[in-house]
Design a protein. Structure first.
Length: 129
């Protein structure tokens, strides 16, 4: 399964969770529900994965990624009114620190599920002249 297919499946599972629970719960509730839904679809899910940030071969920071799915997609879950620029930057920093190529920012806190795919590297599309 490629990144697009996998992120579509994750988003579909998140939509199912949001449709059933709606907004208003803590992030941890959505994380547990999404984990359950993803596992029902036979996807490997790790939650609260400890990650380290290195500089000159020393650890300069530590954080926890909400979810790591199929050893290829980082997921950052939110339960806020709306996603901010800070949330986008947080996910991109996590991708950079881990060298993971693709991540999903998912917000269960709004009336409609919000989600955004993020890539570690910006791929500029070249135009032929």
């Amino acid at each position: 399964m490629n990144h697009n297919e996998l992120t579509e499946k994750i988003i579909g599972c998140a939509m199912k969770v949001h449709n059933q629970l709606g907004p208003g719960f803590l992030e941890s509730v959505y994380e547990k529900a999404l984990t359950h839904e993803l596992q029902k679809h036979n996807l490997q899910v790790e939650c609260q994965v400890p990650l380290k940030v290195y500089y000159d071969d020393i650890v300069v920071g530590e954080f926890y990624a909400d979810m790591y799915i199929q050893d290829s997609i980082l997921v950052e879950n939110k339960a806020v009114q709306s996603i901010t620029r800070h949330h986008h930057v947080q996910l991109v920093n996590y991708l950079t620190a881990t060298n993971v190529e693709v991540g999903l920012l998912i917000n269960f806190g709004s009336k409609s599920l919000e989600f955004k795919r993020k890539h570690r590297l910006y791929n500029k599309i070249s135009k032929s002249k």
